[in-house]
Design a protein around this ligand. Structure first.
Ligand code: 26M
Length: 783
């Protein structure tokens, strides 16, 4: 795209080298004759950033002239990871950068390691946002991402004596060469105060007189597409004290306190909430949501009104996509601006809003839905609460009049949840106000229709749809597994699959080609060696690359059943111990790798991490076992760790109890890297099974439709003996910490076991045995 002139900056190694040295000397301010890896990383990043900025400008100019409908993606979370390698790859200048650096005595790969992760998000939802930005840029969309520039991203996980401890993530301490601070792109965001009714030109108007003002300053992060010049923007907001704030105390002489109070404004964007499941009605979280929403909406409105004199075209030019309900106050903010500030009549404003907004839900259960106490919302945003109440009143009236719904039906659908504490149901608000609502896999939509949003789906069937999640092959193959990519491009005779993943189907015709199989295995082996080195460096455990690398990496949750994995490992260990020595030769050696963070307040998840370490301690030091079984926990799992682990995996596990994972995206990243899946039939896995076939993966466990009945019967079901035995080992203190693990064991026994570990255990073991068999066959050239 973009038939514009080429940029000023050239991409040959010599020009890149000149620019790197320029930045060493003038930006990093080190002598060009003496600088270290970190300084070289910074200088190279600035040199690449210059090229991103050129493309970014060209993109802005191009779209300003074309004035297409723009897509605005609003998300409280983005897990971007590192930017250096990704930018170099997408700009198509990685080899040139490598050459330029070699001549200066540096290794590109080593400089990549200097960068810390941008971890402005928790897990799946946040990494999906990042992958989506890459795809939107690559597919030439006129898109913008909006988010918060947290000063502290997701906590660092430190393991001490097997227990998780959280430490702040000082990701900005050494500077961030990828962002562009836009001091002049800033907006006042208002909080608190009261609503007054005033007479304006003979009309009664509502005016919000706020009590506090905070400034939102833009930080732009250019996102380059692959194989195109399209470079879109991720605009993140940071909170700064407002110029117009209350400085009364200056006059009363309390200068120090006045300045300290102003500084408090910055806390709004200081820290990411690390819990990806519960909504606790915290004021700071609500402030973050509105702060981000208000700044983004002002920015979007300004861009629109720059080239339009009224709002007639708004919904033809602006599409606002809400990433879950977290940014849903944007709906109310647009409504407020249209009605209160632009004096647009309510019904017209309402239709503009509905036509502009759509929303993606990532939640399966009604407990996962966001609720905000009405009192809290009313005190922080009094006018917004009024507007929500008005929307709800009109909605309820419509339901009563048009459909004659009864009280119980109305109370289910109401945006306001009545009760001891009044709550605003953000999902109901989003559904009522958006023209499209999407789930993230097919089964997710089916569950929404059957359970969580049942009444809404009946009312507006056309609103509900699904868009199965994806993952970008640029980041998850090209950046993290370049050798596999070269192999694929060579066999396919084209690189077109890097923009169009469907073309990878062309590999099918070479599936049984032994040359290709051999090459593929060599690539995997090198990746496994790299991973083995990392494992030894972090844990001291030496692992054999001949063993099967079996991986489960994701946030720790009961529903994701890391505990099932650990029970499976204990069972395997127990079997090895009880085997005749001569039979041990038949065991397929495994290296089990587990990684993931537990929310700081999630006790059971933290116990699972401790159990993993306790089991590892026993197994790894047992001379009876040796290389037949190893267990390692990889600490501080993040995007960069995933980029290292995934290409070196043979088997990956996705064990959610059916009906609990909305989609899951990890499995796709493993699949792209030629790794087999052992998974339940849940979320996007169901669609993966349809694509690749049951016999190309190891599927186990209860199906989505079977789970409710199994839960009903649970008290009468008896867990298999093998299951009872491994739980007993933990209970009896085989791995130490008997008392500490008691409550963990209680979650799966005595009529508990909500996530059906006992029920799925035997089928899990069978799937594991099938994986062993395939691994051996592969070694014999049969896979
Ligand atoms: C809410 C309130 C306060 C603080 C944090 C939150 C919150 C943050 C993240 C709640 C949920 C969050 O993320 C949920 C999530 O990651 N869901 C996952 O989304 C993926 C992308 O669609 C799916 O693939 C996963 O199945 C789904 O679990």
């Amino acid at each position: 795209m973009f038939g514009l002139m080429d940029g000023f900056l050239k991409n040959d190694p010599w020009s890149l080298q000149k620019d790197v040295l320029h930045h060493v000397e003038y930006t990093v301010a080190r002598s060009r004759f003496s600088f270290d890896d970190f300084e070289a990383y910074l200088a190279l990043s600035y040199a690449i950033r210059d090229r991103l900025i050129e493309r970014w400008h060209d993109t802005q100019v191009y779209f300003k002239r074309k004035d297409p409908k723009r897509l605005y993606f609003l998300s409280l979370e983005f897990l971007m990871g590192r930017s250096l390698s990704n930018s170099a790859v997408n700009l198509g200048i990685k080899d040139q950068c490598s050459d330029a650096l070699n001549q200066l005595g540096f290794e590109f790969e080593q400089l990549v390691e200097q960068e810390g992760d941008a971890a402005l998000g928790n897990g799946g939802l946040a990494r999906l946002s990042a992958c989506q930005m890459d795809s939107l840029a690559t597919l030439d969309f006129p898109a913008w991402g909006y988010g918060l520039r947290y000063q502290f991203g997701l906590f660092r996980q430190v393991i001490l004596d097997g227990f998780q401890h959280e430490q702040p993530d000082y990701w900005l301490n050494f500077g961030n060469p990828w962002e562009i601070e836009r001091i002049h792109v800033s907006y006042a965001v208002k909080f608190y105060g009261a609503v007054e009714e005033v007479l304006l030109n003979g009309v009664n108007c509502k005016v919000w007189i706020p009590g506090e003002t905070v400034e939102a300053v833009a930080y732009d992060n250019p996102i380059p597409g692959y194989g195109t010049k399209n470079t879109i923007n991720l605009r993140l907001w940071a909170a700064k004290p407002s110029g117009e704030g209350d400085m009364e105390s200056y006059n009363t002489g309390d200068y120090i306190n006045a300045v300290v109070n102003r500084q408090r404004a910055e806390t709004i964007s200081s820290v990411l909430y690390p819990d990806d499941r519960s909504y606790q009605g915290k004021e700071l979280r609500l402030k973050q949501q509105y702060f981000f929403v208000s700044a983004s909406v002002q920015d979007i409105m300004r861009r629109y009104t720059d080239s339009h004199s009224n709002f007639d075209e708004f919904s033809n030019k602006v599409a606002l996509q809400l990433n879950d309900t977290h940014p849903s106050l944007a709906i109310i903010e647009v409504m407020r601006i249209l009605v209160d500030e632009e004096n647009i009549e309510w019904n017209r404003a309402w239709s503009i809003v509905c036509d502009s907004f759509s929303f993606t839900t990532h939640t399966v259960s009604s407990e996962g839905l966001e609720k905000i106490p009405a009192d809290l919302l009313g005190s922080l945003l009094p006018r917004h609460l009024e507007i929500i109440n008005e929307i709800n009143f009109l909605f309820m009236e419509e339901l009563k009049k048009k459909l004659g719904l009864n009280y119980s039906q109305l109370s289910q659908m109401s945006i306001v949840e009545e009760g001891a504490v009044k709550n605003i149901r953000m999902a109901n608000l989003s559904i009522v106000c958006c023209h499209a609502v999407n789930g993230v896999s097919r089964v997710h939509l089916e569950l929404l229709k059957k359970r969580v949003f049942k009444d809404f789906c009946k009312l507006w069937p056309q609103k509900f749809q699904y868009k199965t999640n994806g993952a970008t092959q640029r980041r998850w193959m090209l950046v993290s597994n370049p050798n596999l990519c070269s192999l694929i491009s060579e066999w396919l005779g084209t690189k077109a699959w890097i923009r169009d993943v469907d073309l990878m189907i062309g590999l099918k015709e070479f599936a049984s080609n032994t040359d290709m199989q051999h090459e593929w295995r060599m690539v995997k082996r090198v990746n496994k060696m790299r991973l083995a080195e990392y494992i030894e460096a972090i844990s001291g455990v030496k692992v054999s690359v001949d063993a099967m690398f079996d991986v489960q990496i994701k946030r720790i949750h009961e529903y994701k059943r890391q505990l099932l994995n650990l029970f499976g490992i204990i069972h395997r260990y127990d079997c090895i111990k009880n085997m005749e020595k001569s039979d041990r030769m038949k065991v397929v050696p495994r290296v089990c790798i587990v990684g993931g963070k537990a929310a700081p307040g999630y006790e059971i998840a933290k116990k699972i991490i401790k159990l993993c370490h306790a089991v590892a301690e026993t197994i790894n030091n047992d001379p009876d076992v040796g290389d037949l079984l190893k267990l390692v926990f990889i600490p501080d799992y993040n995007v960069s760790v995933a980029e290292l682990v995934i290409p070196g995996s043979d088997l990956s596990q996705h064990l959610s109890t059916a009906g609990h994972e909305a989609s899951g995206t990890g499995s796709m990243k493993f699949l792209m890297n030629g790794c087999l899946l052992l998974a339940t039939s849940d979320g996007s896995t169901i669609e993966i099974i349809e694509e690749i076939g049951n016999d190309n993966m190891f599927v186990f466990g209860a199906k989505v439709d079977e789970v409710p009945a199994l839960r009903e019967m649970k008290s009468s079901l008896k867990a298999p003996l093998q299951f009872a035995r491994v739980v007993r080992m933990v209970r009896d203190g085989y791995f130490g910490h008997k008392d500490y693990f008691e409550s963990l064991c209680n979650t799966v026994e005595n009529g508990g076991d909500f996530y059906l570990l006992g029920n799925d255990f035997m089928s899990y073991l069978e799937a594991q045995a099938a994986a062993d068999k395939t691994f051996v066959d592969q070694e014999n050239g049969h896979a």
